[in-house]
Design a binder for this molecule. Structure first.
Ligand SMILES: Nc1nc2c(ncn2[C@@H]2O[C@H](COP(=O)(O)OP(=O)(O)OP(=O)(O)O)[C@@H](O)[C@H]2O)c(=O)[nH]1
Length: 298
């Protein structure tokens, strides 16, 4: 009998905003790790999630949505995404089940310089009729010779297991980079901040989301089963601060209650969560603020 070969490698999921990258990643990992929202551009960080099986390990790098930059943070997001393309073993391009739009064409153009295998996953197939899928697949295949095209629904889970197998099939022989119980390489503080930001995105209306950054400033073990967490939500304008706090502090209370529940699950402990809201004017255009918020790497 032949020895089993261990396969491992780095995989990046790219695609324009809102195509379902985070949902797909979570669905493949079977756990909630990156934040999901119905508003575009919620993923700013390069998060690595690790999926380990008996004979494989996939390290997923979740890139920010590629889009035409509008301000400095936007430029940085595009730069990060493009850099990761050159460092990975497999690139997974995610698109929606629709004819390619300008965003997809821009993405395809960026991928022209990529040498590693590029797989195409066509997401949200639950929204289209099977007959409409064939011409969409054909159009994408004409645009580039993809290693494979896999239609999926990250939301319903359709074809996700198959996609996982396809990805593993393209990984090279390699070592186990991380211990098997590691699923994410970001520190807990970062995940806590992302959970809080996710609640803000879900609960507030359109004018707030993109100008919000969350920083967890302190985490303190108060007793055996109580951890105190102090976080600050930064906004760009006084008016946004008002919206975030809400009438009689109701909005902030709701954000805090919802985030607390999930942080308690994350840490496996009771949490005392103290959230403040502060205004930091124009932070998205200032490198120093972005670095402080952990949005730029040194
Ligand atoms: N119907 C349907 N909706 C989906 C599917 N996958 C994702 N969505 C929805 O699409 C929206 C965007 O999903 P995300 O996973 O946040 O998208 P993203 O590409 O990570 O977005 P950014 O972080 O902005 O780049 C959410 O409302 C998801 O629920 C799917 O297979 N079917």
């Amino acid at each position: 009998m032949q020895d089993q070969v261990f396969k491992s490698g780095f995989v990046t999921i790219v695609g324009r905003t809102n195509v379902g990258k985070s949902t797909l990643l979570n669905s493949m990992l079977g756990q909630k790790l990156t934040i999901m929202s119905n508003k575009p551009q919620t993923t700013r960080h390069k998060i690595q999630c690790v999926l380990t099986g008996l004979d494989y390990q996939v390290v997923f790098i979740d890139t920010p949505g590629i889009h035409k930059p509008k301000h400095k943070l936007g430029e940085h997001m595009v730069g990060t995404a493009l850099n990761t393309l050159r460092e990975v073993d497999v690139v997974l391009l995610l698109v929606e089940a629709a004819m390619p739009g300008p965003g997809d064409l821009y993405m395809l153009e960026q991928l022209r310089k990529v040498n590693s295998p590029v797989l195409l996953a066509i997401n949200k197939i639950d929204l289209v009729k099977p007959a409409d899928l064939m011409p969409i697949m054909a159009t994408f295949q004409q645009a580039r010779n993809f290693a494979e095209i896999v239609p999926v629904s990250a939301l319903t889970g359709e074809n996700i297991e198959y996609l996982r197998q396809v990805i593993i099939g393209y990984l090279p022989k390699g070592p186990q980079y991380y211990p098997c119980d590691i699923v994410v390489d970001r520190p807990e503080r970062f995940i806590m901040a992302e959970l809080i930001r996710e609640k803000v995105l879900h609960l507030t209306s359109q004018e707030v989301p993109h100008s919000v950054a969350v920083v967890v400033e302190a985490v303190e073990q108060r007793s055996e089963d109580l951890v105190a967490v102090r976080a600050v939500i930064y906004t760009e304008r006084e008016s946004q601060k008002g919206i975030l706090i809400g009438k009689d502090g109701k909005m902030l209370k709701e954000v805090g209650q919802q985030a607390r529940k999930e942080i308690e699950i994350l840490l496996g402990s009771r949490i005392f969560l103290d959230i403040r809201v502060k205004v930091k004017k124009d932070w998205r255009n200032r490198d120093i603020d972005m670095r402080n918020f952990g949005l730029l790497e040194e």
